[in-house]
Design a protein around this ligand. Structure first.
Ligand code: GUN
Length: 280
């Protein structure tokens, strides 16, 4: 058997088209501010892609590039200015920050109504309470891919591999809100392979290349691979061993072209959501 491919590129393109049409009818341009501190090359690529997609959807985008030596107080002052700016509907601080900066207070300084990354404790709390407003972009993209592929969640066993604030925890909360029976596994889980084999939906978000093997997958299960890992030979692979898993799974996301394109599309959606909520 060969699994159905869940094509994130196509789903993301469709979502971007819907958003562009919605923005065109608004009569104003939702404003997105992206803050990039330092010169991490991967972050620079992400930010450029976000900028391009946001402009394509008709948003007003401002990218604020700060030097790697920026101090905590200066970054907090920048965020305060964006919070106070009525033309800014969404604020995203690209992560990771340089090591000398303390990430948690930076995220907590963002106005929760403009927190298009969904990482502010108010938004994380709303999600945990089953009353989400702004949800982290990659987890939101995972749920949209499941919906697009008509994968039911109610009553299904879901295994989330990874417990990060950016992906694992919010994905688990979203799956729980969607009536799945959710297990969160991580580096201290006793028997990862056995936990994975029980899952109807397996979400891999650990950042370890090809960790999930074919015999970890329950026959017919859905594998959502959030990992994007660059191997020494230059190949880009996910957290699941794709060729092995696709012979066992019922449906699987490729890397690249699976979850990745959804993250930016969901950032655009969150910016529109925030703009509509703020401006009535
Ligand atoms: N770095 C990698 N992924 C993300 C993301 O979703 N949001 C932010 N702010 N930084 C990231």
């Amino acid at each position: 058997m060969s699994a159905a491919l869940i094509d994130g590129k196509t789903v993301a393109e469709a979502l971007r088209g819907v958003l562009a049409a919605k923005v065109a009818g608004l009569g104003f341009k939702p404003g997105l501010a992206v803050v990039l501190v330092g010169d991490d090359p991967a972050s620079a690529v992400y930010v450029r892609n976000k900028d391009r997609a946001a402009v394509g959807a008709g948003l007003a985008v401002r990218t604020i590039r700060l030097s790697a030596e920026t101090q905590q107080a200066a970054l907090l002052a920048q965020i305060a200015a964006l919070n106070a700016d009525p033309t800014v509907d969404g604020i995203l601080v690209q992560l990771p920050l340089p090591a000398h900066l303390d990430q948690k207070p930076v995220i907590a300084a963002i106005d929760p109504a403009k927190d298009v990354d969904g990482l502010h404790p108010v938004n994380a709390g709303r999600l945990a309470n089953g009353d989400p407003l702004l949800v982290p972009c990659t987890p939101l993209g995972v749920m949209k891919l499941l919906a697009a592929a008509s994968i039911p969640t109610r009553g299904r066993r879901a295994l989330v591999l990874g417990r990060s604030v950016l992906v694992g925890r919010p994905v688990a909360a979203l799956l729980l809100n969607a009536d799945a029976t959710v297990t969160v596994a991580h580096s201290r889980t006793a028997d990862l392979a056995a936990e994975c084999r029980r899952a109807d939906i397996l979400v891999a978000a650990v950042g370890r290349p090809e960790m999930v093997r074919g015999d970890w997958v329950k026959p017919g299960a859905t594998v959502i691979d959030v990992g994007i890992n660059r191997l020494p030979d230059g190949r880009l692979v996910g957290d699941a061993a794709f060729e092995e898993c696709r012979t066992v799974a019922g449906a699987i996301t490729p890397v690249p072209g699976g979850v990745g394109p959804m993250t930016i599309a969901c950032l655009l959606e969150n910016t529109v959501t925030a703009a509509l909520a703020r401006r009535g």
